[in-house]
Design a protein around this ligand. Structure first.
Ligand code: BGC
Length: 761
């Protein structure tokens, strides 16, 4: 089918999403009257000014800096600013807007509050491994409370880009590879930031990003091209953005990447037809940092031309680039756009300000008292610790080397062991790493009886090329004066005197996030050498990992006793990790991104299609979809994560063998805690559509339940399956469930499952 005929069908076939946070009609009318009145007084320049979003202040998050911002605010040429906070800094600029500009229109204050404001939570990829929506919402709620107490009214979060490519450094900012889980998380975060009422003093605007498909960048290289079928888009990549829209997200950020030949920031189909007409989005769209200017090197024209394209496509606000500010008036005079195009965008920005209540109180978020008492409170830290504990994923635990005995002699080794700097991860907003807890500190806090000898063992980064780049961006890594051999020697000698070595390795926090694509996902060679030397002592080795993305850990998995993935766990990282290492908390995190054996397997993800020649594992079976030098399977599958206890699953029982119409089918298992610890388990439900009008994935997550079982305890877990759970976008992009056979899988991860079958009539 042709692109256009598919589009026509789309517009006709897909029902509108109804956003929460909608105003009652009378209120909406009042708002429109107010805004029409105001816009009646605005000059063209002032209207265009509302579309301008410069960056000011402390942080640089893109390639250029905004200039002359104060003067522009005074002239009414700024709609909002970002990268500054604190009541004092915000007051200074809001004062200019509401006291010195002609129409006294308040500013929005945006910032990348991505996983906490000052109290930093685990990086989003880590947060997603909790599989706990109430905790994820809570982290966003605390972030919004702190951000709003610090003058901010708008966060550039949640980032919901699905990705299947850990080479892409921004995997850390999202929730992994699954559209179902990603959608639930998108909703929870929007709710956490915005609550049900934007007029609350501690509610801020959320901004879902990066719309769209940014995580599917070719070769995992940041900002790179995406080319994708509509089928894949609708079924696999778009759902989390849509979930955010359905949850009432107030703003959307367009992404940098090209989509099937039209970069997102100039893509009318995406920003207007899909986002507004199909999904019913009624907020405003902001470009990403200089995203409009970047349409020039994308090859769409000069700055004036691309600014027209972006505005007409549906971008309302121009982040930093000033393409709108400097060219739209000329385009209006030359009749390349109409005043209605400008008015539309301007109205959307003013609506957001109105909804926040900024016209009644431009100083709503400026309150020194709140800033002094509501930020980094002991309670927020306690919540951050509790959430961090639940984000850690136990990947291996041979002979129950973990939890550590509280009186053990430990060699604590590695450049990330006595390290606060990296704990808060990338995009850690206003987070202060000096307030973070290192693992060494954490172990001393939670288990003072441990006998710990610390040895650094290796530099965090030795590779001169990587070191130069990340230090330029603030990694502050000072290479040790000792030689690599000396560092390793100390670590080995500490290990020899200990019962167990805990080796903390991984990436520097700044090796993840924006513009940090990697082609190797191995531990850096100097760290690997250290690990090999420590392992060669024959002592049990616990590898504690910190990293922004799945790594390739084949050697590690085969050679160390235990592996604990901790991502970058935030301000309370050290305490949380120590609690897990010592058994104060029994780990329950489950991977939300597949860990490959090697980079050659990428993209690798659990919900893939079957091919016509699926591989059964017989090495001599030549003409099959497989590698001759690697398994197809990942090292650790999606949904995987161990506990200190063990859970046994009964076979799946179904309430019926068929499902019809409005019925629901119950699929149940009994889970028993058969080990020696109380613990939590995420029971996962996957479904496979065996025959379809289009090919369907071998498994799709359709439900999960996190349960707590005391040792010896059993619990029956039941999932209700309805026709809705079986729907997908067919090739006409109709959202349908097709009659036929289905398989149900329930288990502890996407690989280890129990099966049953039913038929949809
Ligand atoms: C990033 C966005 C971020 C923006 C503002 C961009 O470079 O892609 O995620 O929100 O900068 O800091």
């Amino acid at each position: 089918m042709k692109y256009t005929s598919i589009l026509t069908c789309l517009l006709g076939c897909v029902s509108l999403g109804y956003a929460q946070n909608k105003m009652p009609q009378a209120e909406e009318k009042k708002m429109q009257v107010f805004i029409s009145n105001l816009m009646g007084k605005m000059t063209v320049d002032e209207k265009i000014g509302q579309l301008n979003l410069p960056s000011v202040g402390f942080d640089v998050t893109g390639p250029i800096l905004s200039q002359g911002v104060d003067e522009k605010i005074e002239k009414g040429l700024v709609g909002g600013v970002f990268n500054t906070y604190t009541p004092q800094a915000v007051r200074k600029l809001q004062d200019i807007a509401v006291k010195q500009s002609r129409l006294k229109i308040p500013l929005l204050f945006g910032y990348d509050v991505v996983h906490g404001h000052k109290t930093i939570f685990p990086i989003p990829l880590g947060l997603s491994c909790t599989w706990d929506m109430s905790l994820i919402e809570k982290s966003a709620r605390i972030a919004a409370k702190e951000a709003s107490a610090d003058g901010l009214s708008w966060t550039f979060s949640p980032m919901v880009d699905i990705t299947r490519d850990p080479r892409w450094g921004r995997m850390s900012e999202g929730s992994g590879e699954d559209p179902y889980l990603g959608s639930l998380i998108a909703k929870a975060m929007v709710k956490g930031y915005q609550t049900n009422s934007l007029t609350r003093k501690d509610a801020i605007l959320a901004c879902v990003k990066h719309f769209a498909l940014y995580g599917a960048a070719e070769s995992g290289r940041d900002y790179n091209t995406t080319d994708m079928s509509l089928n894949r888009m609708y079924n696999e990549y778009l759902p989390p953005y849509r979930a955010a829209v359905n949850a009432g997200v107030a703003s959307v950020m367009s992404s940098f990447n090209d989509i099937n030949g039209v970069p997102a920031t100039a893509n009318k189909w995406l920003l207007t037809d899909v986002l507004r007409k199909q999904w019913g989005f009624s907020g405003f769209v902001v470009s990403d940092y200089t995203g409009i200017n970047e349409l020039v090197p994308h090859g769409l024209g000069n700055l004036q031309q691309v600014s027209v394209l972006a505005l007409k496509a549906g971008v309302d606000m121009d982040m930093v680039g000033e393409g709108f500010l400097t060219t739209l008036k000329q385009s209006l005079n030359e009749k390349k756009i109409s005043i209605a195009d400008i008015d539309r965008a301007c109205r959307r920005i003013l609506e957001a300000k109105y909804k926040l209540g900024l016209f009644s109180d431009p100083y709503k978020y400026i309150n020194e008292q709140r800033a002094a008492t509501e930020i980094l409170t002991p309670q927020n830290r306690a919540d951050a610790r509790m959430i961090a504990e639940r984000s850690l994923v136990l990947l291996k635990n041979d002979k129950q080397v973990l939890p550590l005995k509280k009186s053990a002699r430990i060699a604590l080794i590695g450049p990330l062991a006595d390290n606060r700097r990296d704990m808060i991860g990338n995009w850690s907003a206003a987070g202060d790493w000096q307030k973070a807890v290192s693992i060494l500190e954490g172990l001393k806090n939670v288990a003072p009886q441990l006998d710990i000898t610390y040895a650094k063992g290796a530099n965090l980064v030795d590779d001169p090329l990587i070191l130069k780049q990340i230090n330029h961006n603030g990694a502050d890594i000072v290479p040790d004066k000792r030689s690599p051999e000396e560092l390793i020697r100390d670590a080995v000698s500490a290990t020899k005197k200990a019962d167990v070595a805990v080796v903390v390795l991984g990436e520097s926090a700044l090796m993840g996030g924006e513009a940090t694509s990697r082609t190797s996902l191995d531990l850096l060679p100097n760290q690997k050498e250290l690990l090999k030397a420590v392992t060669a002592t024959g002592k049990p080795v616990v590898l504690v990992l910190m990293n922004s993305r799945p790594l390739t850990l084949e050697w590690e998995d085969a050679n160390v006793s235990a592996i604990l993935e901790t991502w970058f766990a935030g301000t309370e990282a050290g305490n949380a990790i120590a609690n897990v290492l010592t058994g104060n908390y029994n780990p329950s995190g489950k991977l939300t991104a597949t860990f490959p054996h090697n980079v050659g397997q990428i993209p690798i993800y659990y919900n893939h299609k079957n091919t016509g020649r699926p591989y059964s594992g017989d090495l001599m079976d030549k003409y099959k979809s497989r590698y001759i030098d690697s398994p197809n399977e990942p090292l650790y599958p999606f949904g995987y994560g161990l506990s200190y206890t063990t859970f046994i699953y009964s076979p799946v029982t179904l309430s019926a063998a068929t499902l019809t119409g409005t019925q629901t089918l119950q699929a149940s298992v009994t889970v028993t805690n058969t080990g020696n610890f109380d613990g939590e388990e995420v029971v996962q439900l996957y479904i496979r559509d065996m025959v379809g009008s289009i090919t369907r994935p071998v498994k799709e997550l359709k439900g999960f339940e996190k349960i707590f079982l005391k040792k010896g305890e059993s619990r029956k877990v039941t999932f209700n399956i309805s026709v809705n759970d079986l729907k997908f976008y067919n090739n006409s992009l109709n959202y349908v469930a097709e009659p036929g056979d289905f398989k149900i899988f329930i288990g502890t991860n996407s690989r280890d499952v129990q099966e049953a079958s039913f038929t949809l009539k």
